[in-house]
Ligand binder design. Sequence first.
Ligand code: 5GP
Ligand code: ZN
Length: 304
Amino acid sequence: LSETVTAHGLAAQLVKSGALIPTGAQGVFGRGEDFSFATDGLSNAIQRLFGKDAERMRFPPLTPRGDLERIGYFRNFPHLLGTVHCFCGDERAHRELVKAHDAGADWTAAQAASDLVLTPASCYPVYPAMAARGPVPAEGYTVQVQSYCFRREPSADLARMQTFQMHEFVRIGSPEQARAFRDQWMETGRAFFQALRLPVELEAANDPFFGRAAGVMGQGQRTQQLKYELKTPINDDAPPTACMSFNAHLDHFGKALDLRTADGETAHTACVGFGLERIALALFRHHGINPAAWPSDVFELLEG
Ligand code: 5GP
Ligand code: ZN
């Protein structure tokens, strides 16, 4: 049996083994050999097992700001959104910037918002790309996408990273197609965790809306059963952590981006997301710090 890993010791042990490489910023890690084995292995396994009938797309971890504005992300999650700011001054402004920096003052005053934001969920760039194709065909679209995502929530909790990889499957089509896809994936996801020998619970959930509207918005999501999560224990002193989510968006993206089905109706969408780092952390937590000592079927699944 592999060594027992306590949650409190998990971060320290992963850093000591070189699996995680701290950068000095909370929730921002480099990935060493063992962690990369886990996250890359998960990505490959997911693709091999579930990706056959999905169109593969990869986007860089940036989204045009205009697309995110159309989707309205800043209305619900302003606290999580990272915007890309760049220097756009003249030489004089540059001299002032350097002077401010060298005096230990804030040098970022001349940084202005660019036309880019950091992608908060892998599926966001997919909807504008599909809307640009014109009407959605009768069979709908199924897309498989993966990218680094950014959410501004610095934390000492290893399971809450500011930048992490999310592998998603996205369905675009009729209300029935979107809902059936989301529902069927809940069982598929559970079976995947079983194959990884990780204990899971499926729970109704809601997104972390900002401010005073959060309660109402979250409750609305729960009443309509729009979001479910598969959770597995990572931290001892905390409830199980969401490692996968199953989301019904109804016509949110369809309306925002004028995505229409062949018969002219607003398209519905759904997505399911695997959080690769959280699943990797759960593997280290449950099977030990050394992947070579993991149960052989789990190791082989990841090794491909
Ligand atoms: P959602 O869009 O449902 O919030 O996120 C999808 C999945 O991404 C989650 O189920 C989780 O596995 C992963 N995820 C969300 N937030 C974080 C985070 O702060 N850190 C890490 N490592 N993964 C996250
Ligand atoms: Zn998504």
